[in-house]
Design a protein around this ligand. Structure first.
Ligand SMILES: [Zn+2]
Length: 350
């Protein structure tokens, strides 16, 4: 425990000026240098980029006080659970390694703000990422992801998420997709074109060949597959059971809260606390959108049917001025029949 104390005898993290960076990039280390690190004063920033480390040690707590850890460009195959017990870690870069999975225990890194995992072989991300409320930046470009969590940290709106060139990723959560669209105040079409610049289509790979052709302007917008079932619904999948449960839960939750909150505020909060953490947070943040059919107005969480209204395309600028989201194909069809005297001019092409 001597290392927890410095000259003054105080805990180093009571001393905000304490900073000890160790730069050991390009040293051709084949092992994590535990022995050398034990001889150092407590390290706050550790640079071990571009070495040849294959394995992280179980006693990685030898860098207990590390805040920023750079391990990019090594040959590390596994993310040890012990690494989830570094309480001061705020920044972790493990890009350019050979990681296949990240343990669910990563959510124990409650101070982690930046997590860079580009260029690994990840197929899944831990669902516990949604409990990491301080995570502000997640980068998982160039992996082999099949699946993306419904939420990152508090929500996608308070985090920066990069996930390009995961060719096996067929679906992104509605919340993430909206977040990408809402990233700036630009009109929708411009945003989608901008996504194309960012290799949206190559990220999507062969699985997302469907495009929406925008009438006279002949623009092709690449739309994530889960939103394809607008016109050719035969192959379209319905909302998942989880999605239907979340919608129902939210309606009940909202009614109860609205009816009782003024009288029994504390009791209601207790009820919320009894729900599983991620559900209670989902309920409190609410849905990403609501069905645009006014008599339905169903809350939408991870599943939506998207309509792009071509009639409202501004031909001069090519901007799309209207999009609408629906809880189901039938609501989309209803909206098109009732609220639009002319059929929408969009087509779904293969
Ligand atoms: Zn609906």
């Amino acid at each position: 425990m001597d290392k927890l104390k410095l000259r003054s005898g105080t805990n180093i993290y009571n001393d905000s000026d304490y900073y000890n960076a160790v730069h050991w990039n390009y040293r051709e280390f084949t092992e994590f240098p535990v022995k050398l690190l034990r001889e150092c004063n407590p390290v706050t920033d550790l640079y071990l980029k571009e070495n040849r480390i294959e394995k992280l040690p179980r006693d990685i707590a030898c860098v207990f006080f590390v805040g920023k850890l750079y391990l990019d460009g090594n040959n590390i195959r596994a993310f040890p659970v012990e690494m989830c017990r570094l309480p001061y870690l705020t920044h972790l870069d493990m890009s350019g390694n050979l990681l296949i999975t990240i343990p669910e225990e990563i959510c124990q890194l409650t101070n982690l703000q930046t997590l860079i995992l580009d260029d690994n072989q990840l197929r899944w991300l831990p669902i516990s990422l949604q409990n990491m409320t301080n995570l502000k930046e997640l980068s998982v470009n160039d992996n082999s992801l099949y699946w993306f969590p419904q939420k990152i940290g508090s929500n996608y709106y308070s985090s920066s998420v990069r996930f390009w060139r995961n060719r096996t990723l067929h679906h992104v959560p509605f919340a993430l997709w909206l977040h990408v669209l809402n990233d700036s105040q630009l009109p929708v079409a411009e945003k989608l074109c901008r996504l194309d610049d960012l290799e949206w289509s190559s990220y999507a790979g062969e699985s997302l060949k469907n495009t929406v052709r925008i009438g006279r302007s002949q623009m092709e917008l690449v739309i994530p597959q889960q939103f394809h079932q607008i016109e050719q619904c035969a192959s379209g999948s319905p909302a998942s059971l989880l999605e239907l449960c979340l919608r129902r839960c939210y309606i009940i939750y909202y009614r109860v809260l609205k009816a009782d909150a003024p009288r029994h505020e504390d009791e209601n909060n207790n009820e919320i606390d009894k729900m599983p953490n991620w559900i209670s947070r989902t309920m409190q943040f609410g849905p990403t959108a609501f069905c645009d059919v006014s008599h339905c107005n169903c809350p939408l969480f991870g599943y939506a049917v998207l309509a792009v209204c071509v009639r409202d395309v501004d031909n001069e600028s090519g901007r799309i001025l209207a999009t609408a989201f629906f809880c189901s194909k039938s609501c989309c069809e209803f909206w098109k029949r009732v609220y639009n005297t002319e059929p929408l001019e969009w087509t779904l092409t293969r």
